[in-house]
Design a protein around this ligand. Structure first.
Ligand SMILES: Cc1cc2nc3c(=O)[nH]c(=O)nc-3n(C[C@H](O)[C@H](O)[C@H](O)COP(=O)(O)OP(=O)(O)OC[C@H]3O[C@@H](n4cnc5c(N)ncnc54)[C@H](O)[C@@H]3O)c2cc1C
Length: 316
């Protein structure tokens, strides 16, 4: 085993995902402790140029027609070969649909340990945010290559941008695939594109009833923004899927994200942590939303909304 830290670069349709840069920043912190290099692992076809902006010491580039579109099957095969052969100290994956899919199966297939939901590397300690963000767990590297899935929030994407690094082509074995991508299904066309809004009023389970959404809409109108939501609100059919923020929804970066009654679970935070100003309103002082918020008030949202609406109306 060597001391290098591998980062599996996540990209889709010609774009490097922000989580890849976040992982590179985390990997740099870990590499400083292990004394190894930060090595990006870029898989795909005709995507070598995506390495240009990666803050890695070097990039291993595995090209194959079967990797032209992401499938977990193809990534697992390509990575299993590379990891078994090179035995890096650790391998970072995004705690995303793509990353968790690959990391979980590879961990079982190669019998290597997996630390999930890493937020930060602190002096070589892996700090994970688990149980919906309510518990911070600390772990160290195992004696074997250790897999780590990374959630956003601990590092800014800009910290993992840089380069261009040296790119080394590597041969990957990808054969007998059982899964193939047939087509991309575009998300439903939305009445409002929440990814383009500067102001978002985000509601969570704390809003309590469907009728109360009206209050958030009123606030949105006064602040010149739109209403978006956490997953439970969408799951109940109170708002369309296109309004959902997070892992299974949209990634938003508004100037203002006013979170009303949202706990701030990692799956939600993943979609909003890059907002310029996050204001959290929650009755629970331990709610993880306060960890990512710039401003917060430990208050009942129903005690706040009416006076806020009145104040905004007066200010008009
Ligand atoms: C694979 C997977 C994918 C997921 N994808 C997503 C996703 O894309 N987006 C997403 O949002 N979630 C997603 N989730 C769900 C996620 O884990 C959380 O369960 C969800 O985000 C919680 O939503 P919430 O914060 O609205 O509800 P809760 O966690 O129930 O939080 C409600 C909050 O409201 C506060 N509250 C209650 N009443 C009041 C009041 N009167 N005033 C002020 N505060 C109040 C409470 O203190 C609490 O913090 C996913 C989960 C999984 C497993």
């Amino acid at each position: 085993m060597n001391n290098d830290i591998y980062v599996v670069i996540e990209h889709l349709r010609g774009q490097v995902a922000d989580i890849s840069y976040i992982m590179l920043a985390a990997a740099r912190d870990l590499a400083q402790v292990t004394g190894g290099e930060v090595v990006g692992v870029l898989l795909g076809q005709d995507v070598k140029a995506l390495a240009d902006n990666l803050a890695a010491d070097k990039v291993l580039y595995g090209e194959d027609a079967a990797l032209a579109e992401f499938t977990s099957d193809a990534y697992q095969l390509a990575l299993a070969g590379l990891i078994s052969e090179n035995e890096p100290r650790a391998v970072f994956f995004g705690s995303t649909t793509i990353g968790t899919d690959v990391a979980g199966v590879l961990s079982a297939r190669l019998d290597l340990p997996l630390v999930s939901s890493c937020l930060k590397i602190a002096d070589g300690v892996i700090v994970s945010q688990i149980c919906g963000g309510k518990i911070m767990a600390e772990s160290g590297l195992a004696d074997t290559t250790t897999f780590i899935t990374v959630i956003p929030g601990g590092y800014k994407p800009e910290e993992g941008q840089g380069g261009p690094p040296e790119v080394t082509p590597v041969s990957v074995t990808v054969a007998d695939l059982k899964v193939a991508l047939k087509k991309y299904i575009e998300p439903e066309v939305a009445d409002v594109d929440i990814t383009k809004e500067d102001v978002l009023i985000a509601i969570g389970r704390g809003i309590q009833t469907e009728d109360n959404i009206e209050l958030a809409e009123e606030l949105g109108e006064l602040l010149g923004g739109a209403v978006c939501a956490s997953r439970p609100i969408v799951d109940q059919g109170w708002l369309p899927t296109a309004r959902m923020v997070g892992k299974s929804g949209q990634i938003v970066k508004p100037k203002l994200y006013l979170a009303l009654g949202i706990s701030g679970a990692p799956e939600h935070a993943e979609g909003m942590v890059e907002a310029e100003n996050i204001i959290a309103i929650n009755i629970d002082p331990g709610a993880p939303i306060f960890d990512v918020a710039k401003y917060g008030a430990e208050v009942d949202l129903f005690d706040l909304i009416d006076p806020l609406i009145e104040a905004l109306e007066e200010a008009r």
